[in-house]
Design a protein around this ligand. Structure first.
Ligand code: FPP
Length: 275
């Protein structure tokens, strides 16, 4: 298989080594979700318009997507436009939707050649027709790809997602298809927009804000959180490697005891039984 390249630059040996080290030293997150934040502040700190920051943010999207595909991360979900983002000035919203449409057009073949599948979650029908058309084309073009699932959250919010899932479930209860007592976590997950995607293992937020901002509220229940001060346009693969390294150092307990504590408790139990 030909080497993966979205950035049209050959991967440096030093980068290959870093990736190999990460793969060797621990488990990679299967699903990484990112709240891309700080484009506006990045642009402002350079005396530029906010749209300049969004454009630079696209380069980070490309670099992070490429690095994830190279390493074998299976799912990458990017919070590209929240339901609340519609409240921004019309000029910025227009610039963002135009940027989305033009980036999709430019990257379509590149995504496809690199075996990356594009998906979306959110209220896509709120976007201008041109944007919807570009999205539909790239989604169709890449639908059989399997190296990496790139999911763009567009006009998305966690509460919207949960509300829609509740409506779907309520309709099925009303029609007698399901008993309310049978509703469990799995059934709720299956009615969310992310039904075909595993929950994120790692959630990254850039620009030093300590909030979830209405992203994947149900799905993030057990995700490891990584927050960096770096603004999104400066968040490139080395920053991603730091986040993955931090993830690998943690022990995910899912509410259970730590492995050390489990061993201690097991020993105590044996002692109790044998004395
Ligand atoms: C947050 O920065 C970023 C966004 C609202 C948009 C993210 C969009 C892109 C990176 C470009 C298009 C994406 C794709 C997938 C092609 P902010 O504007 O909230 O920054 P601030 O908090 O500093 O104001």
């Amino acid at each position: 298989m030909k080497p993966i390249s979205l950035t049209n630059t050959e991967q440096k040996d030093s980068d290959k080594q870093l990736q190999a080290q990460l793969i060797e030293q621990g488990q990679l997150p299967e699903h990484i979700a990112i709240i891309m934040d700080g484009n506006g502040r990045w642009a402002k700190s350079r005396g530029n318009l906010r749209s300049f920051g969004h454009k630079a943010g696209v380069d980070s999207v490309r670099d992070i997507t490429e690095a994830c595909a190279q390493m074998g991360v299976k799912y990458l979900t990017l919070y590209a436009f929240s339901t609340e983002n519609w409240r921004r000035p019309k000029m910025e919203v227009n610039a963002l939707t135009r940027l989305l449409a033009s980036s999709l057009r430019k990257e379509a073949d590149n995504l496809n050649e690199n075996d990356i599948r594009l998906e979306t979650i959110g209220q896509i029908d709120r976007f201008p027709d041109k944007c919807q058309r570009e999205l539909k084309e790239v989604i169709e073009l890449t639908q059989d790809n399997s190296r990496l699932n790139l999911c763009l959250a567009l006009s998305y919010s966690g509460r919207w997602d949960i509300k829609e899932a509740v409506k779907r479930l309520a309709r099925r209860v009303k029609s007698g298809e399901i008993d309310p007592e049978d509703i469990n976590d799995e059934m709720i997950s299956c009615h969310l927009s992310t039904a075909d995607i595993p929950d994120p293992d790692l959630i990254i937020r850039t620009s030093g804000e300590y909030r979830l901002s209405n992203f994947l509220l149900w799905q993030l229940a057990y995700s490891e959180l990584y927050i960096t001060e770096t603004y999104w346009p400066d968040f490139r693969r080395k920053e991603l490697y730091k986040a993955i390294h931090s993830f690998q150092e943690r022990e995910r307990r899912f509410g259970k005891l730590s492995k050390d504590e489990q061993k201690k408790q097991a020993k105590l139990h044996v002692q109790e039984l044998t004395t």
